[in-house]
Design a protein around this ligand. Structure first.
Ligand code: ATP
Length: 274
């Protein structure tokens, strides 16, 4: 995808998610969690969502994941307006990877991937025909974790669990994949393996769009082409990665001097001189 939003054929790809003047307020206290967000995600784009703790990243992902409604404004996902669509039906077309997901710890990795077909916590074996079972195996292979098929999810490492959950999310063949802090608590090799896996997905599945919530620029795969910076519920800026990840913007977002550098497609951020 070029920085001007056009694909290699010069066309503007279709919109996958569009937020218009979206705000979220807590019903009980009136606390503003998201404030007047306008944002468009197109097919084949890979976004990172950055911001300090409590900025509203998870809330934004939950809106796009059809897990909640905005207080005001409109959210359209995969051509459907929230509030006018069966949210369960819509969710079936969105892949979500989050540590908040319930996963039976004793289920084999293969079984966990299969449950992505039914969007259930427990497997519904009668619904998994030969084609579905074959697809689960193929996804384990695609994420390079074939050898884990029979291993219990609970004994897999954090990095392995993250890739199992990505495979599970892909069972629905989603056009949109949402990842909420998928690198949380991963050691360096596991982080790098997951970054490689995300990069490969972006290369092989050209129509797939992804939105990844993360805290560290080092976790951005070279496929990330767009970034949104959130600060205290407001969108500071959103656009092509080269424009957004400047020292100036990052310093503004995190409220302290930050220096940013890039090396062979990967990013690094550290405290700048005051
Ligand atoms: N269900 C809820 N009830 C009360 N407050 C909430 C709820 N969900 C979110 N909030 C508040 O909204 C704000 C944004 O939360 P959110 O989890 O979206 O931020 P975040 O950017 O993902 O944070 P973190 O980086 O710490 O995960 C926080 O102040 C949080 O306490």
């Amino acid at each position: 995808m070029a920085a001007n939003g056009k694909d290699t054929t010069g066309h503007t790809p279709p919109v996958v998610a569009a937020l218009d003047a979206v705000s979220v307020r807590r019903f009980t206290t009136g606390q503003v969690i998201l404030d007047d967000i306008d944002w468009t995600v197109r097919s084949g784009e890979h976004w990172a969502l950055l911001g300090a703790n409590g900025a509203g990243k998870t809330t934004l992902l939950r809106l796009i994941g059809a897990l909640m409604h905005p207080t005001t404004g409109t959210v359209e996902v995969l051509g459907h307006r929230l509030g006018r669509v069966d949210m369960r039906e819509l969710r079936a077309h969105i892949g979500l990877v989050s540590s908040a997901q319930k996963v039976p710890q004793d289920a084999a990795a293969y079984t966990v991937v299969l449950t992505g077909h039914t969007g259930t916590v427990q497997p519904l074996w009668r619904k998994y025909d030969a084609e579905v079972r074959e697809r689960a195996h193929a996804l384990l292979a695609e994420l390079e974790i074939k050898e884990l098929a029979e291993r219990a999810f609970g004994v897999c490492s954090g990095g392995q669990r993250a890739r199992i959950l990505v495979a599970r999310a892909l069972m629905a063949d989603p056009s949109l994949l949402l990842l909420d802090e998928p690198f949380n608590a991963l050691d360096l090799p596991s982080r790098e393996d997951l970054i490689d896996a995300m990069h490969r997905l972006a290369v092989t599945r050209t129509a797939l769009s992804t939105i990844t919530v993360t805290h560290h620029l080092e976790e951005l795969s070279p496929a990330i082409g767009h970034v949104m910076l959130l600060k205290e519920g407001r969108m500071l800026t959103a656009g092509p990665v080269e424009e957004v990840l400047s020292a100036e913007r990052m310093s503004e977002c995190f409220g302290r001097p930050i220096e940013v550098s890039r090396h062979e497609g990967r990013w690094l951020a550290r405290s700048g001189r005051r």
